[in-house]
Design a protein around this ligand. Structure first.
Ligand SMILES: [Zn+2]
Ligand SMILES: [Zn+2]
Length: 143
């Protein structure tokens, strides 16, 4: 994710006021590479800002996705939508037990569809998810 200053400048350029809520959300996100859920972010904002509404947090997250500084991760777990502060191309490693999701930064060569396979689709991106058990969950399995 960009620096706080860059993000605040981007909000201003898009006529979005820098409210205390938006600032807190950005500050939390900048330090969070855990792919939090919307509700997870809401709970953390709530801890420092008890009067914040869920709608405000959810709307802000949507605005940030719209601005391209936050990405949505779909279909990895039953947790609902998760947010990714890394917006560039990358892949994921997912623990099926505790739902930890970490980034894999590398190119996998040969992931390309033939014209027949794309069936006329215009491909925007591809993302690979590896599913497994993280070291912590493996330890719990033994004990
Ligand atoms: Zn785990
Ligand atoms: Zn990611």
């Amino acid at each position: 994710m960009e620096s706080l200053e860059t993000l605040l400048a981007l909000l201003r350029q898009n006529d979005l006021k820098i409210t205390p809520q938006r600032r807190v959300i950005l500050e939390l996100l900048i330090e969070d590479d855990s792919h939090p859920t919307a509700d997870g972010i809401y709970q953390r904002v709530l801890a420092v800002m008890p009067d914040v509404s869920r709608t405000t947090v959810y709307n802000t997250l949507r605005e940030l996705v719209h601005l391209g500084v936050l990405a949505e991760v779909q279909e990895v777990s039953g947790d609902g939508l998760r947010y990714d502060t890394r917006t560039g191309p990358h892949h994921h490693l997912f623990c099926t037990r505790c739902h930890t999701l970490i980034d894999i930064i590398r190119d996998f060569e040969g992931i390309i569809l033939s014209p027949e396979e794309t069936a006329g689709y215009r491909i925007m991106k591809h993302q690979v998810t590896f599913y497994g058990l993280c070291p912590e969950c493996q330890k719990r399995e033994i004990n």
